[in-house]
Design a protein around this ligand. Structure first.
Ligand code: PHE
Length: 334
């Protein structure tokens, strides 16, 4: 019996002598002594073998053991975790560097630059303009007078009503500003952000366009087609099929939309990628360009739509969520 009474005392000594060197050792100690299958459990269980008159003393002894173990754990836990942190902060100068993450260009920037490069080869220069536009440049000069029903084609964000100030709904106003400022020949593309109150898997309230305009003497629809053929072959490959469909825009006459053929699950499908046409003489007059002397063509396309086709992306919102797993799939920065 007496050995049973001795046991807690021996264990208490063991505990007091214990000095852990690491957090791991301390954890081992905790499991060994006060864990659910630990020594203290056994000590407590043994109380039923202790004669009744000694049970009280035995109980007190075991409690002392328990408190000693807990005290030890708390004390070293603090000390060791400080030490652990400190050890981790030591810099090992011989260690190889963590490497650098070069990042990648955003898919929209990649495609936008490709479009710019292609038109650059054809002699187009870049024109830029404000994203907050007045009514004249975004609508009226483009042959869209107030109350013209075609204004409904573009779901406009208004910043101010009467006189109207809007977030530009296309980059055509940049072309108006260019024509107001320079005499023909004019050959510019205007890449930039545009805004429309539209939001689903294929429309975003903010998206990017590249529009182009060429004004000179005797510019014809044939030249427009040739330019766009060149663009499509460069952008999508020389075997890409394309077609023009008659359409309507207030600022061009005649107007067309251009589709390219693409493969959807083994089936050929047509996808509209841009609008175009010959600049309406009224638009030229609005910019003080003589429509009897000059003609021109214009076209406009959405960068996201082209990027979706090129990269096989189904949801436009992926471009704006900035999920690193999506973004890192595109080419590294150059
Ligand atoms: N501005 C038109 C749009 O945003 C595109 C376009 C430009 C159409 C030039 C024809 C000519 O939808």
């Amino acid at each position: 019996m007496s050995s049973l009474m001795e046991k807690p005392k021996l264990i208490l000594k063991e505990i007091e002598a214990f000095v852990p060197k690491s957090i791991d050792e301390l954890e081992q100690f905790r499991i060994q002594y006060i864990g659910s299958k630990g020594i203290l459990k056994t000590l407590f269980a043994e109380i039923r073998n202790i004669p009744n008159e000694q049970k009280k003393i035995y109980g007190q002894l075991v409690n002392e053991v328990k408190q000693a173990a807990e005290k030890k754990i708390n004390l070293f836990k603090q000390q060791l975790s400080k030490k652990d942190k400190h050890d981790k902060q030591q810099i090992d100068l011989s260690m190889p560097g963590p490497g650098n993450n070069p990042g990648s260009r955003h898919p929209i920037s990649i495609i936008r630059q490709q479009i710019i490069d292609i038109f650059h080869h054809l002699g187009f220069t870049i024109a830029e303009g404000p994203e907050i536009e007045d009514d004249w440049h975004n609508f009226s000069a483009l042959n869209l007078p107030p109350d013209h029903p075609a204004r409904d084609m573009q779901d406009t964000f208004f910043i101010q009503k009467d006189p109207d100030i809007v977030l530009r709904t296309h980059t055509s106003p940049v072309q108006i500003r260019t024509m107001e400022k320079y005499d023909p020949p004019i050959k510019v593309i205007s890449p930039g952000r545009v805004y429309r109150s539209d939001n689903d898997s294929t429309h975003s309230p903010v998206f990017n366009q590249v529009e182009g305009i060429y004004i000179d003497e005797k510019v014809s629809f044939a030249e427009l087609k040739q330019t766009l053929y060149y663009f499509v072959k460069e952008m999508f490959g020389k075997n890409t099929e394309l077609r023009f469909r008659p359409s309507f825009f207030p600022f061009t006459e005649p107007s067309a939309e251009m589709d390219i053929a693409w493969n959807k699950n083994g089936q050929k499908e047509w996808m509209e990628i841009l609008g175009c046409g010959l600049v309406d003489p009224a638009v030229l007059s609005n910019c003080n360009i003589d429509p009897d002397q000059y003609t021109g063509y214009a076209f406009g396309m959405g960068v996201e739509r082209i990027a979706m086709l090129k990269f096989g992306i189904r949801d436009i919102r992926l471009f704006y969520e900035n999920d690193i797993r999506f973004l890192e799939q595109f080419s590294p920065a150059v």
